[in-house]
Design a protein around this ligand. Structure first.
Ligand code: ADP
Length: 365
């Protein structure tokens, strides 16, 4: 079946409207006409054309203004300008205002047909790419929902059941079986962390993770994050200390939950990649136009060759000291994306065997 395209002709010359109407209707298009820009813009809203033919020189609203407004009403409509004074300058003006093509008067029916055909092909391409974009977006949403429900829920149930068995609630567990069950629990737990991190990354990419911006203070946020990680540090005898300037620290504009996640990722790395009995120092300082947070550790450090890649998705440094540390390689890329959503930056300095220092700069509120 042949597609019927809708074409609106906006021209103050009646003979021009009629001849365009005749040629285009005969070719099977649905055509409407308007005698001036005002009527034309009204008709665009109801007639919903695929393409508009606009005369540049009209009394009242000029063709240029019509072009600008068409673009605002629906930027997917293809606009072709017709004019009696074809010159390079007016063509450039028209293209700048969103026109796709140019038809100098007088023109033959065939010249009109060629330009209209090209314009309608362009319109089809625009609609197709929008449809593809929408399809991609809905597939992405479907995938995120599928992963969160169909994958996470059964895994969480398996994890809970393993907890119940290992806690001895349903009877004693022989030593050999306990060892295997513990290993199964660890694997499920890393799988769940991987899925959670991946979901967070997808949410950041679709703008869902960093949503509610408010004026907030980094002091309690850092204190709470540090307290939540203290048990992890104590397991390895690592001291966690917050140093801050005396006096008021200015507020910043941010999303509380995602910022907690950013600092959790950086501080937990400083603990995970540290030595038994090491130190993690978190410093919060006010600078001229920004707030500076430094997270420094006395851990294993990162080799110069690896530094450019550690913020990449799934990148983990390979080595004897890192292979037993659990992780997904997504923590730093999530942290950097959250920082970017706050117009903040994260940089790193490190020396193997001495430790690392991650610096976050926040613009002040
Ligand atoms: P994960 O911690 O899950 O492995 P990240 O994206 O948080 O993933 O970090 C990527 C890699 O960067 C880590 O695997 C580790 O090799 C290195 N890294 C990150 N933070 C530190 C740190 N404070 N000290 C040493 N290495 C680090």
């Amino acid at each position: 079946m042949k597609d019927i395209s809708r074409i609106l002709v906006i021209d103050d010359e009646e003979s021009m409207r009629d001849s365009c109407n005749q040629v285009l209707s005969k070719d099977g298009h649905r055509v409407d006409t308007a005698e001036n820009g005002m009527v034309g813009l009204e008709k665009i809203k109801t007639f919903k054309p695929d393409l508009v033919l606009v005369d540049l020189k009209m009394p009242g609203i000029s063709g240029m203004e019509v072009l600008e407004k068409v673009n605002v009403i629906d930027p997917t409509i293809v606009a072709v300008v017709i004019t009696g004074y074809a010159n390079l300058e007016s063509a450039i003006h028209a293209f700048k205002r969103g026109a796709y093509d140019f038809l100098p008067k007088p023109f033959t029916p065939d010249e009109l047909r060629i330009i209209i055909k090209r314009g309608l092909e362009r319109r089809k391409l625009i609609l197709k790419s929008i449809a593809l974009e929408q399809e991609k977006e809905s597939m992405r949403k479907f995938f995120i929902t599928m992963v969160s429900h169909q994958l996470c829920s059964p895994l969480a149930t398996v994890q809970q059941n393993l907890e119940i068995i290992l806690d001895g609630i349903v009877g004693d567990v022989p030593e050999k079986q306990e060892k295997l069950l513990r290993r199964a629990r660890e694997s499920i737990s890393s799988l769940l962390t991987l899925i959670k991190d991946w979901l967070d990354l997808s949410k950041i990419e679709t703008g869902k993770l960093v949503e509610t911006f408010e004026s907030l203070s980094l002091v309690p946020l850092l204190q709470e994050t540090i307290e939540s990680l203290r048990p992890l540090a104590q397991e390895r005898n690592i001291t966690l200390t917050l140093h801050r300037d005396d006096g008021d620290i200015p507020m910043i504009n941010g999303d509380l939950q995602s910022l907690q996640q950013l600092f959790t990722n950086l501080i937990s790395n400083a603990i995970k990649f540290n030595h038994q009995g090491g130190q993690v120092n978190i410093t919060l300082q006010e600078r001229d136009s920004y707030l500076e947070i430094k997270i420094s550790d006395t851990g294993i450090g990162i080799a110069e060759n690896d530094l450019p890649f550690i913020f990449d998705e799934f990148h983990r440094v390979r080595g004897d000291e890192t292979q037993t540390v659990p992780g997904t390689g997504l923590g730093l890329s999530i942290a950097r994306k959250i920082a970017e959503a706050h117009s903040a930056s994260i940089t790193v300095e490190s020396r193997v065997g001495e430790g690392s220092m991650f610096t976050v700069h926040f613009p002040r509120d």
